[in-house]
Design a protein around this ligand. Structure first.
Ligand code: AGP
Length: 606
């Protein structure tokens, strides 16, 4: 939602803050700003603007900012438009802060405390700065406690007090803050991406604890002033993993990293050829005790859940729901102690998913999460966690997180089938062997990316586009359609092929390209007849088809053949091909593929 960074130490803080904000910009990129404590005077200097971090960097070049202590912020607007005044940091009197989250009662706070006429922005965050200044009587922690007790909503606050040179204060509720102490000094950030350049040791700041960053030490206290020692974790990301490594966009790099990401995700969870979650601390009984499964997630993570649903229904013959996390609590879900709730999230910070998980826990469900970021809020809220090993995913459009989530679900399906006596050991071994072919199969798709780039050019000018498929192909196309929508701004809709003739086919014209997928042998003939229906109405068809089925084509289509896997695994190569399609359309249109308009990588507002 927003990116936050803070540093105090021995180094020039301006470059550290600006470099970190570039790494955090994927969290929100409407505007950016920094506040630093002047080395000589201790005065707080603020530089901020609407626009990208590159615009902020230009402004900072004109300012003499000699400092080793400061905070920074990249914004995804919630309250107030995108302009310089609403950019963070916000200063009021002797307090300067940056904020990630939403303060729901900010208007009442401003009017009740007579602060309204002191405000210059439209933001909830500035009200917090004004309240902190109101309570600040030379004791930062007292001011923080008094202020926080009046806040309703979510917040990660990072604060500078005028009279406390070199010290950064922070407190959070729901919105994330991670911190570390390294040789360069003490740092905190919204997520690890900004810290992993300096260290792979970090800790998560607990909610309602006050963190003090000093140049050479950290103090953390609860609201009763008890000192609490940080619980350090180790991040196993490669330190340079957060860079582009020569690719023009993170999205391309992350698409190309999928074979390795999948290999790392399944490695260690296959023992003697069989699925094994022992190393994850996930006991087998959670897969046998439950009589229903409910997956809660958003966006791409929800699409991964749809694939899991198809696998569990077809192989385990068990009831499994996939719920949009944002709808979950309001849809009277059937959840009890016999339900296994699985939260899926790349960031582990999506508040819709976090709140859904908390709701499920209250209803007695066993909660397992499939998460990419260690120590994230959803991971900490779960009874059990299966981490994907995708490494940092910076592009807003999720790619390697999705295919590694699928990999976990294939392992989980095999595990459940084996435990419930649905698969014999030999059938389980065969299923896992097919999963182990995935990295090489995806490499084959990546090797055909030039071919996909060529056909991508045929949809560059499309305003509307349909994606049609049946069964697992439909699930893959829902994700492929989201990818295309969010990075190319083409209005793409994915439909179950058989559903098109019940209304939407009215929209098919010669100006409406159709992307079709046909990888499920048992559905091929019906899929081909649906494709003929749209072609006969003038649509140009781009067909992604499993190689072994390509011999059945009786008409001319733009065809991308996909390397063969067992039908139930074909969603993996199909999805990677669709990711490449979306990527090339967006990059050929000249868009900033990694930072699509209006979006942010992590949505921490409901
Ligand atoms: C994916 O391309 C989107 N950017 C978005 O739908 C994302 O999957 C969704 O916001 C969920 O994020 P999470 O996996 O971090 O919870």
């Amino acid at each position: 939602m927003c990116g936050i960074i803070g540093y105090t130490g021995s180094e020039d803080v301006k470059e550290i803050l600006l470099d970190a904000l570039e790494l955090l910009e994927y969290r929100g990129y409407d505007s950016a700003g920094i506040a630093v404590k002047e080395e000589k005077t201790g005065e707080t200097k603020v530089c901020k603007c609407a626009g990208r971090v590159s615009d902020l960097r230009m402004i900072c070049e004109t300012e003499k900012l000699l400092s080793t202590c400061g905070i920074g912020h990249t914004r995804w607007a919630t309250h107030g438009g995108v302009n310089d005044s609403n950019a963070h940091p916000h200063r009021c009197g002797r307090v300067t802060l940056v904020h990630n989250g939403i303060i729901e009662n900010y208007r009442e706070l401003a009017s009740d405390s007579g602060l309204t006429d002191k405000l210059v922005s439209e933001t909830d965050s500035e009200v917090v700065a004004a309240l902190l200044n109101y309570y600040y009587k030379d004791d930062p922690k007292e001011a923080i406690k008094k202020t926080v007790k009046r806040l309703t909503g979510t917040f990660a606050l990072v604060i500078l007090f005028e009279d406390c040179p070199d010290v950064i204060y922070s407190v959070r509720n729901v919105s994330p803050i991670v911190a570390t102490l390294c040789k360069e000094g003490a740092m905190l950030a919204s997520d690890l991406t900004a810290l992993c350049r300096f260290t792979n040791e970090y800790f998560v700041v607990p909610e309602y604890h006050i963190l003090e960053l000093h140049k050479d030490h950290i103090v953390m206290t609860d609201f009763d002033d008890h000192v609490v020692e940080p619980e350090f974790l180790t991040v196993d990301w490669q330190l340079n993993a957060a860079g582009k490594n020569g690719y023009p966009f993170y999205m391309e790099k992350e698409i190309m990293e999928q074979p390795l990401a999948i290999e790392q995700t399944i490695r260690g969870r296959i023992v003697h050829g069989l699925p094994d979650f022992t190393a994850d601390g996930v006991p087998d009984h959670i897969f046998t005790d439950c009589d229903r499964i409910c997956i809660v997630a958003c966006g791409t993570a929800m699409h991964a859940g749809l694939v899991a649903q198809a696998l569990v229904k077809s192989i385990i013959h068990m009831h499994i729901d996939v719920e949009l996390a944002s709808e979950f609590m309001y849809s009277d879900p059937v959840i009890d102690e016999k339900t296994l709730v699985i939260a899926v999230s790349q960031s582990g910070e999506t508040i819709d998913t976090l709140e859904a998980l908390k709701y499920a826990k209250k209803r007695g469900a066993t909660c397992l999460s499939v998460i990419n970021v260690k120590g994230s809020s959803i991971a900490r809220e779960s009874d059990y966690v299966l981490y994907t090993c995708a490494g940092p995913e910076i592009a807003v459009a999720s790619t390697k997180a999705y295919t590694t989530q699928l990999s976990v679900f294939y392992l989980m399906t095999a595990k459940m089938a084996q435990l419930r006596g649905i698969f014999t050991e030999e059938e389980t071994l065969c299923f896992i062997r097919e999963l182990e072919r995935t990295p090489d199969t995806i490499k084959e798709v990546l090797e055909s990316r030039k071919e996909i780039h060529i056909v991508a050019k045929k949809v560059l000018s499309a305003k509307d586009l349909f994606m049609i498929g049946r069964g697992l192909d439909h699930s893959a196309l829902l994700e492929g359609s989201l990818k295309l929508k969010e990075v190319s701004y083409i209005h793409s809709e994915a439909y179950a092929s058989g559903e098109l003739k019940h209304g939407p086919i009215a929209l098919i014209t010669q100006d409406t390209p159709v992307v079709a997928a046909a990888t499920q042998e048992k559905l091929l003939s019906k899929e081909l007849s649906n494709i003929r229906e749209v072609k006969s109405r003038g649509a140009d068809v781009l067909l992604f088809i499993k190689k072994a089925l390509a011999g059945n084509l009786d008409q001319e289509y733009e065809v991308i053949t996909l390397p063969d896997m067992r039908d139930e695994f074909m969603v993996l190569p199909t999805s990677v091909a669709l990711q490449l399609l979306a990527y090339y359309v967006s990059s050929d249109k000249g868009f900033d593929v990694d930072k699509p308009r209006n979006l942010a990588k992590v949505v921490t507002v409901e």
